[in-house]
Design a protein. Structure first.
Length: 390
């Protein structure tokens, strides 16, 4: 222990004299430096670095929203277990995360590594804390469909979708930012605007009060999740089998998918070949099933019904609630495959063929949760709410 401490202090003393960026790739040998840098906050297990991490790139930035992200955790993963790592002069590593409060503006972190032979490598991360609650990013998914990313919380955060029909446009979900979301939507379409809600979690209904006078479609099963300040006078409570007419022979079919919440809804557009899923079956990584009251067996049955419902729709594109989480784009056959994989995963968990493990690196607010995966599907579930297959 004394030898390690001596090496760390000595290496740190030398490292503090090194100026960031003066060490170039040709001067390094294999195995030096970092294998990865993991940056997270109290809200997100992943904060993306710009550019994406590569061992030969030494300078990074990350922008976080100051209204919610007050601190960050940095986990440097050294290329060698024998390397010594310091962040701003304090020892750090995979088993010793570096945690720090943020101040508005630029927060600079210098990550220095020293090998046992005295070779030095240095990386810099600048975390910029600013108010992003009124900012949005808009991109075209296909003609007449836009993805609007709300940067409130941590970027990138949740996504809403504007779907334009022949006689009206529907905004799927209402995010949780502080900007003018209706104004943004109306800058993209001149058609009358309505809102369809996938489920009642705050990051999907946060700006509903901005749509006074617009029809809002939602499951009444999630009504109790709405804040008391939300005016429901213009709400239309929909259920499985209903349809939202877009005009011109096009509609959004309502599909109930209890699991993430009891009132989770999907919206199927057979003409555009899209399925808006919110968080009901995840966003290409893991679905949070433990947040809903229905059992894993009930969730599996809902997946089976969905599988049959979309079987005849070719080249289906999933519109997910958190697009940035997609490990693979859920287009073509991928989305339908994820539904099938999720159904199989639930069956295997129920039968005991797959036993989940506690998730690491993220606090689930004290909930008892296990995580498991199969194929394209992943799930976080409550082991006390499984029930046998019928």
């Amino acid at each position: 222990m004394r030898r390690k401490l001596f090496r760390f202090v000595a290496a740190t003393a030398v490292l503090m004299t090194v100026v960031a960026g003066t060490i170039s790739a040709p001067g390094q040998s294999a195995g030096l430096g970092l294998k990865n840098i993991q940056l997270s906050s109290e809200l997100s297990p992943i904060i993306k670095l710009n550019p994406e991490f590569a061992s030969s790139v030494y300078d990074y930035t990350a922008v976080v929203d100051g209204t919610n992200v007050k601190s960050v955790k940095i986990v440097p993963i050294p290329a060698s277990d024998h390397d010594i790592v310091a962040i701003n002069g304090a020892e750090a590593g995979t088993d010793r995360p570096y945690r720090t409060e943020l101040k508005p503006g630029d927060n600079k972190f210098v990550i220095s590594t020293a090998s046992k032979v005295g070779k030095l490598v240095q990386y810099t991360i600048t975390v910029v804390q600013k108010d992003l609650s009124g900012q949005y990013k808009t991109e075209v998914v296909q003609k007449g469909i836009w993805r609007i990313t709300d940067h409130f919380g941590f970027p990138p955060s949740q996504d809403v979708y504007l779907v334009e029909g022949a006689s009206k446009a529907v905004l799927i979900d209402a995010a949780m930012g502080k900007g003018d979301l209706p104004g943004l939507a109306r800058s993209l379409t001149s058609l009358p605007l309505e809102v369809a809600v996938t489920h009642g979690h705050g990051d999907h209904i946060g700006q509903l009060n901005q749509f006074a006078g617009s029809a809002i479609y939602m499951s009444e099963k999630d009504r109790g999740m709405l804040p008391k300040t939300v005016n429901t006078a213009h709400f239309k409570w929909v259920k499985d089998g209903d349809a939202i007419d877009l005009g011109g022979g096009r509609s959004l079919e309502v599909i109930e998918m209890p699991g993430h919440t009891e009132g989770s809804l999907l919206f199927l557009d057979r003409v555009a070949k899209t399925l808006a899923v919110g968080d009901a079956i995840g966003s290409g990584s893991y679905v949070w099933k433990f947040t809903g009251k229905s059992s894993l067996a009930e969730y599996r049955s809902a997946l089976e019904r969905l599988e049959a419902r979309i079987a005849a729709v070719d080249e289906l594109t999933f519109l997910t609630g958190h697009h940035w989480q997609e490990n693979t784009p859920l287009t073509g056959a991928k989305g339908k495959q994820m539904v099938t994989d999720m159904k199989i995963l639930c069956e295997k968990i129920i039968r005991g063929e797959i036993v989940g493990t506690p998730p690491s690196g993220f606090d689930i607010r004290g909930a008892k949760v296990l995580t498991a995966s199969y194929g394209l599907a992943g799930i976080w579930y409550d082991p006390g709410n499984i029930q046998p297959l019928k």
